[in-house]
Ligand binder design. Structure first.
Ligand code: ATP
Length: 363
């Protein structure tokens, strides 16, 4: 096993496009580290540089104690699983699993042992004699994982390995990968654009945007204390509500309030307002679960109009409009006022996030 460390890594493609800009992070020995960000943020480029499939322009990449910038991919002791897990169609599952090991000159008995072990771990024992055409998408993906597993590398690199699967299978495979990681304890770097996958799989997550690392932390720390508006709105579904306006310090009720647009006034209970925030243009974020029915509680409320109600069984997403401002609330299931009616609501105490309206950083 080994840690993977990137220090000030930069990648400019020949057309001059800077895909990765000064990236530094470490996947600790045995950690499952997720790289997440929107399409084009540079996550695959980062993973390909760790694998040695892409040159590094600046900075260093180390695996274990060794700087690997100049080390050939096959000598890095890593195994990579891609989104397009091309299996050899003319070979059986067993043949696909064994192929890389045969190439490396590993003995027959050792190959049989490793293939057997991987098949057992991934539930492929009954399928070893089948060819890829006779497998489901999920089974093929498991074979692709198995091919990496039999290599017994120091580090696994996974690039969107589940994105070709349907939602249900993806959720099931996610659990299998988490279980596999727990059992093997091998360092994994996992790339995805899917924030749910990142939040559920990652021990820590690196959030990327436009080639730059935005924040590195545990899923809950990212969710509860995003360092900027990008991280705040990228993680969480439905996304955090963001309202632009000026803050006003405590009113008669002791709450701070946000004054937005034409006369809109949103009380923000429990928010401490330093003097330098007074009168300044800010962006205030409120997660959908922190916008709750007032239920006759003390303090000021807002009364947005219900526009759309989306029941999903365990909860209800409600789209609301307050003057020009659109808001989303996540409510427990139960009777609600109808579309077009007003619902008295409030922001949960101490749950608002304040960002600079200009550069989006957390204040
Ligand atoms: P996706 O989720 O869509 O795969 P990504 O975050 O993995 O995106 P990368 O594949 O790392 O993104 O690409 C990062 C940026 O670099 C993108 O804007 C892409 O267009 C650009 N890029 C990738 N490969 C090249 C190349 N060979 N030449 C020029 N630009 C490239």
């Amino acid at each position: 096993m080994a840690q993977v460390r990137l220090e000030h890594v930069r990648k400019t493609y020949p057309n001059g496009f800077v895909a990765v800009d000064d990236a530094s992070f470490t996947a600790d020995d045995g950690e499952l580290l997720v790289l997440v960000g929107p399409s084009g943020c540079g996550k695959s480029t980062l993973l390909r540089m760790i694998a040695g499939l892409e040159d590094v322009d600046d900075g260093t990449i180390s695996i274990g104690d060794r700087v690997v910038n100049e080390v050939a991919p096959r000598d890095r002791d890593i195994a990579m699983v891609f989104q397009n897990y091309a299996l050899y169609p003319h070979m059986t599952v067993a043949g696909n699993l064994a192929f890389g090991l045969t190439l490396r000159g590993i003995g027959k008995a050792e190959i049989a042992a490793r293939v057997g072990e991987a098949a057992r771990m991934l539930g492929l024992e009954e399928l070893l004699e089948r060819r890829p055409a006779a497998l489901s998408g999920g089974q093929r993906q498991r074979v692709a994982l198995g091919r990496a597993l039999v290599r017994q590398p120091q580090v696994f690199l996974l690039d969107e390995p589940l994105s070709n699967l349907d939602a249900r299978l993806r959720a099931a495979m996610r659990v299998e990968i988490a279980r596999l990681h727990r059992r093997l304890g091998t360092t994994m770097v996992y790339v995805t654009h899917d924030q749910v996958e990142a939040m559920t799989l990652g021990e820590r997550i690196v959030v990327l945007d436009r080639g730059r690392v935005q924040q590195i932390d545990t899923p809950m720390a990212l969710y509860e204390r995003p360092v900027n508006l990008f991280v705040a709105t990228f993680l969480g579904s439905p996304a955090m509500n963001v309202i632009h306006g000026r803050l006003e310090a405590s009113t008669g009720t002791g709450d701070a309030a946000l004054l937005a647009g034409s006369g809109l006034r949103i009380p923000l209970p429990g928010l401490q307002v330093p003097t330098e925030w007074q009168g300044r243009e800010l962006a205030v974020g409120v997660r959908p679960e922190h916008l709750v029915p007032a239920d006759g509680a003390e303090g000021e409320t807002i009364e947005p109009v219900i526009e759309v109600v989306e029941p999903v069984g365990s909860e209800v997403f409600v789209n609301l409009r307050l003057d020009g401002q659109v808001l989303v609330a996540r409510l427990p299931p139960g009777p609600l006022p109808r579309v077009g009616e007003r619902l008295a609501m409030r922001v949960s105490g101490g749950k608002s996030h304040v960002f600079d309206a200009g550069d989006g950083r957390r204040l």
